[in-house]
Design a protein around this ligand. Structure first.
Ligand code: NAD
Length: 249
């Protein structure tokens, strides 16, 4: 039987690369994103790869939208085996005291509440059906302190807390929850961020021991490993994928 995955932020970047990689394993995908046009394109691409895929439009910061993407996925596919809890935004890159309250609220609502609501509704279905695997997207800013990203970093550290504490509560019932902590990776989000802050790209690349940014495909490989049964005994881990970046901090 084909496995079923929900991927939030599935229309772009790490989410889309992972959807495509999981499709190579024959996994059917529910693509969740706020961007309808890109979501429809992603579904077309995945169907072209030979799997079944649906798009569910959602703003993950709204709990009703999150419940809806879970319901729509179960209606269409019957269950949820894998969840890549990944949608997120980076913020403007301003120093914290130059950041307005609206930006702080928006980052927390999408990155933290969005991730919490996702785990809340998806785990409920997984546990009812005997278990499942979740990968939450943290960041190198979720495992180290970095300037210009105070709010973002706060939300990504929180992802680590969600990951470890979910394992403490539900591993015994068949849930595996891990997190990834990517360093700067060449996705549309990062390209846009570095276009607005070119100095930061230079700083980031020179600070990475491998002297290059990561690729979405490299991250997709890790997420696929963590989600599929090959990683059966890996639980509550936060795996860095950053070319050595955070090891030198
Ligand atoms: P991206 O912008 O390419 O993709 C993010 C996707 O999320 C987009 O399709 C966007 O429409 C969607 N999205 C944004 N807000 C949403 C919302 N409220 N509801 C639903 N969907 C929403 O970015 P990416 O680089 O692939 O980022 C994916 C995740 O990886 C984010 O959580 C980001 O913080 C994290 N991350 C990225 C990097 C990196 O360098 N690219 C590094 C560490 C962590």
């Amino acid at each position: 039987m084909s496995k079923i995955a929900i991927i939030t932020g599935g229309a772009s970047g790490l989410g889309l690369a992972t959807a495509s990689r999981l499709a190579q394993e024959g996994v059917n995908i529910s693509v969740v994103d706020v961007n309808e046009e890109a979501g429809a394109k992603a579904v077309e691409q995945l169907k072209g790869q030979g799997v079944d895929a649906i798009f569910v439009k959602a703003d993950v910061s709204k709990s009703a939208d999150v419940k809806n993407y879970v319901d729509k996925t179960v209606e269409h596919f019957g269950t949820i085996d894998y969840f890549f809890n990944n949608a997120g935004i980076s913020g403007s890159g301003k120093f914290f005291l130059d950041t307005d309250i609206e930006e702080i609220e928006k980052i927390v609502e999408i990155n933290l509440f969005g991730a919490l609501y996702g785990v809340r509704y998806v785990a409920e279905v997984m546990l009812k059906n005997g278990g499942g695997a979740i990968v939450n997207t943290s960041s190198s800013a979720g495992v180290t302190g970095q300037d210009s990203v105070v709010t973002y970093s706060a939300t990504k550290h929180a992802i680590v807390g969600i990951t470890k504490s979910m394992v403490a509560e539900y591993a015994k019932d068949g849930l595996r929850v891990n997190a990834i902590a990517p360093g700067p990776t060449e996705t549309p989000m990062v390209k846009e961020f570095y276009e607005a802050n070119p100095k930061m790209k230079e700083n980031a690349t020179s600070g990475i021991p491998q002297k290059r940014l990561g690729t979405p495909e490299e991250v997709a490989e890790l997420v696929t490993f963590l989600l599929t049964s090959n990683a059966n005994y890996i639980n509550g881990e936060v795996i860095r994928i950053d070319g050595g970046f955070t090891n030198t901090k």
